[in-house]
Design a protein around this ligand. Structure first.
Ligand code: SAM
Length: 346
């Protein structure tokens, strides 16, 4: 049996901070990371924080490019937090949510692409940031992949990946495994992002998986709802799947929170706008665990034992900050069956 605490073996050293040589030896990388520090806002920087999470949880996530994309500062920050957690015998380790989330998205995406509806499906990553699924996942070999984010983010990402490819860094990791990979510079709050996506080759009639990982709660309520409605409207055209993480209200109302959109009941919200099937998991559920949350006193176990309607824990008054992992789908067949049912019931 596994003898793990928070995903790390008892007898194993906690991950050391090993910076890839290229971060220092490449003038290009030094320059782009200096630009990120000087010029990027918190939204764009969140892309590097997320990559740092995948890099520091490399004992469970194989993402060799993550450290190059994250840069030294974000790696150091997270490493320090993890070391503090270790010294304090914390019940959960910094970055564990990100690790579970990444593994959950990977597994749901792979399962769908291996299903009859998923064969050759397009995959669109909205707010793709420094995500490297196109380089990591073999299951994308028959998929056209589109990465949508701000122009500055995608340009820097391309520059870093190009520098990795041209260096002695294991070039096998710098090759996309997807059938095709297209970067689309767009702001998903604007009205033209879908048009830009289509100009880049996205086919509205083709089965599609939309990945919304770490993005919805950075949007205002109106922008997030508009985005979800656009995706739901695709269910009448083709088999459509969204994989998304949702914060609940308590998560967004902490002081200094930069988060805006929340939903306490995404499993009710998504059917109300046109998705017919919704599955919801919480961190720590059997399908959102991955052996990383073995301390019985971890926060996620506590939350899962409380009704979802509670915004504060009755025992200690702490806010119940939840992150829901949600898979929703719809298709023209399901939609017409759903509509017929609604007519019969009305
Ligand atoms: C927390 S990061 C997540 C990145 C990626 N999905 C991942 O999990 O690694 C959020 C990303 O969303 C992008 N983003 C935020 N608002 C956006 C918008 N309105 N349009 C396009 N991208 C946006 C940011 O630039 C950033 O790359």
């Amino acid at each position: 049996m596994s003898d793990q605490v928070n995903g790390l073996q008892h007898n194993q050293e906690w991950p050391e901070l090993q910076l890839p040589d290229l971060l220092h030896s490449s003038e290009t990388l030094r320059q782009v990371h200096a630009t990120i520090e000087k010029e990027w806002d918190f939204l764009q920087r969140s892309a590097c924080q997320t990559a740092a999470g995948r890099a520091m949880w490399k004992h469970v996530i194989h993402d060799p490019l993550a450290a190059l994309l994250a840069g030294e500062n974000y790696l150091r920050n997270l490493h320090e937090k993890m070391m503090k957690d270790r010294l304090n015998n914390a019940h959960e380790t910094s970055g564990v949510i990100l690790a579970v989330r990444t593994l959950w998205f990977d597994s749901r995406l792979e399962d769908f692409l291996n299903s009859p509806n998923g064969r050759e499906a397009q995959v669109v990553l909205l707010g793709a940031g420094m995500d490297t699924r196109a380089y990591r996942l073999n299951c994308l070999k028959d998929s056209d992949v589109f990465e949508v984010d701000f122009a500055e983010v995608l340009e820097v990402k391309t520059t870093i990946l190009q520098a990795a490819k041209e260096s002695t860094f294991d070039s096998q990791h710098s090759m996309s495994k997807a059938k095709s990979l297209t970067r689309v510079a767009a702001d998903i709050r604007e009205n033209d992002w879908m048009e830009k996506l289509q100009i880049a080759g996205f086919l509205p009639q083709k089965s599609t998986v939309w990945i919304l990982e770490g993005i919805l709660y950075y949007l205002a309520q109106s922008n997030a709802m508009q985005l979800l409605r656009i995706l739901a409207s695709n269910c009448v055209l083709t088999h459509t799947v969204i994989l998304a993480d949702f914060m609940n209200k308590s998560s967004t109302t902490l002081s200094n929170s930069v988060f805006q959109f929340y939903s306490d009941w995404p499993d009710q919200l998504l059917p109300s706008i046109g998705f017919t099937q919704v599955k919801l998991a919480q961190i720590g559920d059997p399908d959102a665990h991955f052996g990383l949350l073995n301390d019985p006193l971890n926060l996620f176990n506590k939350l899962r034992s409380l009704p979802r309607s509670l915004q504060t824990n009755p025992d200690d008054g702490a806010p119940c900050c939840r992150l829901y992992l949600v898979e929703a789908s719809g298709s023209p067949d399901q939609n017409s069956a759903h509509n017929k049912e609604s007519v019969i019931q009305s």
